[in-house]
Write a protein that binds this ligand. Structure first.
Ligand code: TMP
Length: 206
């Protein structure tokens, strides 16, 4: 792959404020005259959006864990092959709202599929690894309160969501150089300031 772009991902539990941070990143990079492309997972391709609908549909309560894992991987494969590889050679920055850390946390820790997920994630990311990941950390109760109509995953138990937060923390300890934890319980100004500081440090070290 002819990779020119810096690959940034934004991760966090439900209602952690990823969309605001992504909008901020886009503005920040645009002001600095960088070309940035933004994608979301699952989704950002016609097939991926259809898969997303299946995954988040409240009616699909009996979805098997393996089906769920395979659908997330299928949406990712489609995104990588259809758009990400090209974007990596064309843009200065590629930003993705969730990527394989979500699979490691939600299916790996949350659904308890650990080992299988680790292997599958490696196989179906085709060598693509984020350069920098912003992990928005906020208490589960605060995140869930922000959500108006809950999808299939947001409807899961409080215990499940607490496991996700802990899973993300474990990942950030495992990959401290890549995953930067943002304290996302404060106001947007304080969140953006943390993001800007980390991105500034990253850019000046390039
Ligand atoms: P969101 O992007 O709006 O947060 O919705 C995506 C949902 O899918 C969210 O609940 C996290 C979940 N998810 C997984 O469980 N595994 C994955 O690999 C990805 C990308 C998302």
């Amino acid at each position: 792959m002819n990779k020119k772009a810096v690959f940034i991902t934004v991760e966090g539990i439900e209602g952690s404020g990823k969309s605001s941070v992504i909008a901020f990143l886009e503005r920040f990079l645009k002001n600095k005259r960088f070309k940035a492309a933004v994608f979301r997972e699952p989704g950002s391709t016609a097939v991926g959006e259809k898969i997303r609908d299946i995954l988040l549909d409240n009616g699909n309560k009996n979805l098997s864990s393996y089906t769920e894992l395979l659908l997330y991987l299928a949406a990712r494969t489609q995104l990588i092959e259809e758009k990400l590889i090209r974007a990596m050679s064309k843009y200065d920055f590629v930003i993705c709202d969730r990527f394989f850390d979500s699979t490691l946390v939600y299916q790996g820790y949350g659904l308890g599929m650990g080992r299988v997920v680790e292997q599958a994630v490696k196989m179906f990311s085709f060598g693509l690894t984020p350069d920098l990941t912003f992990l928005l950390d906020t208490p589960v109760s605060k995140g869930l309160k922000r959500i108006k109509s809950k999808d299939r995953i947001e409807m899961k138990s409080l215990r499940f969501h607490r496991k996700l937060r802990a899973g993300y923390r474990r990942l950030s300890i495992k990959y401290p150089r890549r995953i930067k934890v943002i304290n996302a319980r404060g106001n947007l100004g304080s969140i953006f300031k943390q993001v800007e500081g980390i991105l500034g440090d990253y850019l000046s070290a390039l």
